[in-house]
Design a protein around this ligand. Structure first.
Ligand code: KIV
Length: 281
């Protein structure tokens, strides 16, 4: 069954936790679909994990559309949520609606996600009014990395905790169907989750959220030495890939790959003809 806004709301109502994960291409999207995970986030984290930028700021709308359309071609039932990249919604409500529209029309995805609280509620409202569903994102919002002075836990201290809760109410009121809480102290994230009627999706925000999201390269241990505390390695795919690449390189060097079973046995030409060809040249 297709995961929709109703699935998210029903799951929260029933106390069932929602699983969301990033993906950026067709092959990975097909694997996620096969796992039954509820939603794929085509995160602007693709700037870091797929394109090698030091942060998400250089990612363009075209980058997002290119990757998002590939993901959508790989899924049927998984909800696909497109991140709105830096400066595609901050400047004006008009830009936000036009760019959200492009992300949906040109990829076939189901929803958009944008970062921020009170500062972007007009944008959320206008996008929702135009018929597009929106996931909000509070706490450590990576597009504000320079304003935060680095990737740091947010919502610390009483004033910040209150502001975060109020922002959560504001994005809910503006029409967001769910909200990502990134790097928020777990007790505060649990409190926000209890207070909101929409689901919270945590990353580095503890188990009290209504769902979780992770960057797939992090949870599969494909990101080298990068391992924030909130990431769990569910497999060691990075090491497995390096081992397989080394084995392939060795077998190519030794001439043991391809073996006869890896070659097409039937030839159009007879052995006699090939012998003749050999002799001719
Ligand atoms: O871009 C991204 O992958 C995200 C998640 C970390 C929530 O925003």
């Amino acid at each position: 069954m297709k995961n929709t806004v109703s699935t998210f709301l029903d799951m929260k109502a029933k106390g069932q936790r929602i699983a969301e994960i990033t993906a950026y291409d067709y092959t990975t999207a097909k694997l996620v679909e096969a796992s039954g995970i509820n939603a794929i986030l085509v995160g602007d984290s693709l700037g870091m994990v797929m394109m090698g930028y030091k942060d998400t700021l250089p990612v363009t709308l075209e980058d997002m559309i290119h990757h998002g359309a590939s993901v959508v071609r790989g899924v049927q039932d998984t909800m696909v949520i497109m991140d709105m990249p830096f400066m595609s919604y901050q400047q004006s409500v008009y830009d936000a609606v036009v760019n959200a529209g492009r992300l949906i029309k040109e990829t076939g995805a189901n929803a958009v996600k944008l970062e921020g609280g009170a500062a972007v509620t007009e944008q959320i409202k206008a996008i929702v009014d135009s018929g597009i569903i929106v996931q909000a994102h509070l706490g450590l919002t990576p597009q504000s990395v320079n304003a935060f002075g680095g990737f740091k836990v947010q919502g610390k201290g009483e004033d910040n905790a209150r502001r975060l809760l109020e922002d959560a109410f504001k994005v809910q009121e503006a029409g967001a169907f769910s909200v990502v809480l990134e790097c928020v102290p777990p007790k505060l994230a649990a409190l926000i989750s209890r207070k909101l009627t929409i689901p919270t999706i945590g990353i580095g925000a503890g188990a009290g959220c209504d769902g979780q999201v992770l960057v797939y390269q992090d949870m599969l241990n494909m990101s080298g030495d990068f391992k924030p505390k909130f990431v769990k390695h569910f497999a060691n795919i990075g090491d497995e890939m390096i081992a397989a690449f080394k084995e392939y390189k060795n077998e190519v060097a030794e001439g043991t790959f391809p073996a006869p079973e890896n070659s097409f046995v039937k030839s159009d030409c007879s052995d006699e003809f090939l012998e003749k060809l050999d002799a001719e040249y």
